[in-house]
Design a protein around this ligand. Structure first.
Ligand code: UDP
Ligand code: MG
Length: 329
């Protein structure tokens, strides 16, 4: 990079994905609105900064409430997707819309779990020249032993299988216009932002924040959505599982070669014992390994299949935007 240029105070857009969040959106809007106004007063962000809600096909009153919020205050705008595309696609839709107007975008959950006061630190890092700033949750002291252990095991496994995911980072992140324009060049359908963005490069830093309890409502990440995300996190970032299969196949080959020799020696020596148990174990084990391997390969074939379709990753139904919002920049 050439000499670091002096940065201007940015126009900041907060991108907030919402899926069935009728219990929290009003509270969130007021907390986030206050924060943006305060940052503006303190000269940490430029005038014209905004909060952009992304309605991810909510089935409750969320969209209605968001319309009301945007109607009342031009600081708020709403991108409404045609259906439920999931958290990753929702924030992508928000970021891709916001990058046209913003110098920096921060994605944050609608439930106020992620400490909004961390924004000051995000902005400070941005002013230092970072193009990406990752929010990483502080030590999981609020979690129980089980949650802590599974989370640690999850990140260990992800790294072992070749994923570039950042430990304890869950899409609370700042990206500059430059980084967003680069992200726009990634056309893949299977998008795993947490793994993809660290591979892009760019000067980046980490900001630590505390996680609070959900303000209201319940988690919209069902177990199956979480499993899908975890699997995508591996298969969309790495082919290491395929290599492991090849390695496993190699080991099984060596094992069977040794077994062949032992059996032949036994046969020559006349020790031809009836080996029901051995046969059963070997058959079952090989059957299991074969099916598992096929499943893993199938997962990748499925990914290729979806990629070749080049389907849009989200469809925007409506954009609620006050025309006068741009004028007082
Ligand atoms: N979300 C979304 N689409 C979905 C599921 C979730 O936009 O299909 C949003 C949700 O409204 C919230 C954020 O993603 O703003 C994180 O979801 P949640 O808080 O339910 O997950 P958790 O914090 O429990 O992991
Ligand atoms: Mg949450």
């Amino acid at each position: 990079m050439s000499e670091m240029e002096q940065r201007q105070v940015p126009v900041l857009y907060l991108v907030v994905p919402c899926y069935n969040e009728e219990e929290v959106v009003e509270k969130s809007a007021s907390v986030m609105g206050d924060k943006i106004r305060r940052l503006e007063r303190e000269g940490k962000i430029a005038k014209g900064s905004k909060i952009m809600f992304v309605n991810d096909g909510s089935k409750d009153k969320t969209l209605y409430l968001l319309h009301q919020i945007a109607e009342a205050d031009k600081m708020f705008s709403v991108v409404s997707l045609a259906g439920n595309y999931g958290h990753q696609s929702a924030i992508l839709a928000g970021m891709m819309t916001a990058r046209q107007y913003a110098d920096a975008v921060v994605t944050i959950d609608a439930d106020l779990q992620q400490d909004i006061e961390a924004l000051d630190h995000f902005l400070a890092r941005y002013m230092d020249g970072c193009e990406v700033v990752y929010g990483v949750r502080n030590d999981r002291h609020s979690d129980g032993f089980f949650k802590k252990a599974t989370a640690t095991a999850y990140y260990k496994l992800m790294h072992m299988l070749g994923s570039t995911v950042m430990t304890n980072h869950a899409d609370y992140r700042l990206m500059s216009k430059k980084a967003l324009n680069a992200l726009a060049e990634y056309k893949e359908t299977n998008l795993f932002l947490r793994g993809l963005i660290p591979t892009m490069g760019f000067p980046s830093d980490v900001v630590y924040f505390d996680v609070k309890a959900r303000e209201a409502g319940h988690s919209k990440y069902t177990l199956s959505k979480m499993m899908t995300l975890a699997l995508d996190g591996i298969t969309s970032m790495s082919v290491r599982p395929l290599r492991l299969i090849a390695g496993l196949g190699f080991l099984v080959c060596i094992f069977s070669f040794v077994m062949c020799i032992i059996s032949l020696v036994d046969w020559v020596n006349g020790n031809n014992v009836p080996g029901y148990t051995t046969t059963l174990i070997v058959t079952l084990m090989l059957g299991g390994i074969t099916l598992l391997s096929l499943g893993i390969i199938g997962e990748y074939v499925g990914k290729i299949y979806m990629e070749t379709k080049h389907r849009p990753r989200y469809i925007i139904d409506t954009l609620v935007w006050r025309e006068d919002a741009q004028e007082d920049r």
